[in-house]
Design a protein around this ligand. Structure first.
Ligand SMILES: *Cc1c(COP(=O)(O)O)cnc(C)c1O
Length: 387
């Protein structure tokens, strides 16, 4: 057999840092202690009450059969209650909430649900890569809008070509933002709603970091914007908020018609989220205040440690209070790739080159704080010594 993968796989953007990956593996093989600040995957364990709920429900044979693709009523009610308490947003649990096997799955499948080959999809550069790749998989054309430091990395709607806007099917947005850690306000969301109404575009807001923040200035929901439910949906996830990345549970919430279509598509490609996991997620959502306070205390300490080090060594960064990342500028004379490589060479520390998230990420690195304090301290000490 001569195996040949499909064109859609061949058309994926090349992975730029295979060289850095090789170097990491080589160093680890040599027994060197490489510390990674490169991945966005919480190190904090899932809370034991959530795990206990999973165990109990996993023992119940009624949960051993196919779940409904549309999810358990109790899970959708828990999401609605969470949205009311946390964001003051009303959601009809049956019509306006759909469980997902992690929000990444929904973010990818919404492309298949809504776009026809040749349709434009608007997204930012830099951004989480799934928006672009699922667009390509579904035969759409990604149209990227730069995120600029002078705009505090908030998308400037004026930068969108009006001719493309007329033709576009979806706009993906993401605040608090990965990788820049930028946040936005309600006025921005309202401007996105007007833009979407004017151009008949579906808004997909990715709110994966809604509950990772410092201080009183809490991130909002896109659904807080007046008219948002007419034009879009929000993806949210238990991954970052409840340290449940491995559990694969998230949800889409918002416009009933879009939710229904996404569900219709999904019934044909998966068969729902394991019921025991949905019950565990209910447990998590019910006590979100305790969990988010616990997590944020940890992340706030780490964010402060990173900022302090960067201040001391004179590296500029975007001063944000949200997400699990610090978006820092590479010093004069480096590219994001060469600076990351230098840190790996000299300090055995991995950071993510900004250009991995798009060409406008050049000049930046993303430092992730999902590593325990003592390892983070060691990594920061090594970075100080390397510079
Ligand atoms: C981590 C992350 C997600 C969440 O993915 P899950 O599939 O829910 O684990 C979604 N969007 C962004 C921007 C992320 O960083």
């Amino acid at each position: 057999m001569h195996f040949e993968e499909a064109d859609r796989l061949k058309s994926l953007p090349p992975y730029l840092f295979a060289e850095i990956d090789k170097l990491i593996n080589k160093k680890r093989k040599e027994g060197l202690d490489v510390i990674s600040l490169g991945i966005g995957d919480p190190d904090i364990p899932t809370s034991t009450d959530i795990i206990e709920t999973l165990c109990k429900e996993a023992n119940d044979p009624k949960n051993h059969r196919y779940p409904s693709s549309y999810g358990l009523r109790i899970f959708k009610e828990a999401v609605s209650k969470f949205y009311m308490q946390r964001f003051n947003v009303t959601l009809d649990p049956e019509r306006e909430v759909l469980p997902l096997m992690g929000s990444k799955e929904g973010i990818a499948n919404i492309a298949y649900t809504c776009i026809n080959p040749g349709d434009y999809v608007i997204m930012t550069d830099p951004s989480y890569l799934v928006y672009k790749i699922s667009t390509i998989f579904a035969g759409g054309i990604p149209y990227t809008v730069p995120l600029k430091e002078e705009d505090d990395f908030v998308l400037d709607i004026e930068d969108i070509d009006p001719e493309i806007a007329k033709k576009a099917k979806i706009i993906y947005i993401n605040y608090p933002n990965n990788p820049t850690s930028a946040t936005c306000d309600k006025i921005f969301f309202e401007n996105v709603v007007s833009f979407a109404e004017k151009n008949n575009i579906i808004v997909c807001h990715d709110n994966a970091y809604s509950d990772v923040y410092q201080g009183e200035n809490k991130p909002m929901s896109f659904l807080n914007a007046y008219g948002s439910k007419n034009v879009g949906i929000e993806f949210n996830s238990l991954s970052k908020t409840f340290n449940m990345t491995g559990w694969r549970i998230g949800y889409a919430a918002g416009n009933g018609e879009i939710i229904e279509s996404l569900g219709k598509y999904k019934t044909n490609v998966d068969s729902g989220v394991f019921n025991a996991i949905q019950y565990a997620a209910v447990k998590a959502l019910e006590s979100y205040k305790i969990h988010t306070e616990h997590n944020n205390n940890i992340y706030n300490r780490r964010r402060d440690m990173i900022k302090k080090t960067l201040d001391d060594i004179g590296i500029d960064y975007f001063d944000s209070n949200a997400t699990i990342y610090v978006w820092a500028k590479v010093p004069e004379g480096f590219t994001s790739g060469s600076f990351s490589k230098m840190l790996l060479d000299k300090a055995d520390v991995v950071v993510t080159p900004g250009v991995e998230f798009g060409k406008n990420g050049e000049g930046y690195i993303r430092i992730s704080m999902t590593i325990d304090d003592s390892r983070l301290e060691e990594a920061l000490k090594r970075i100080r010594n390397a510079l």
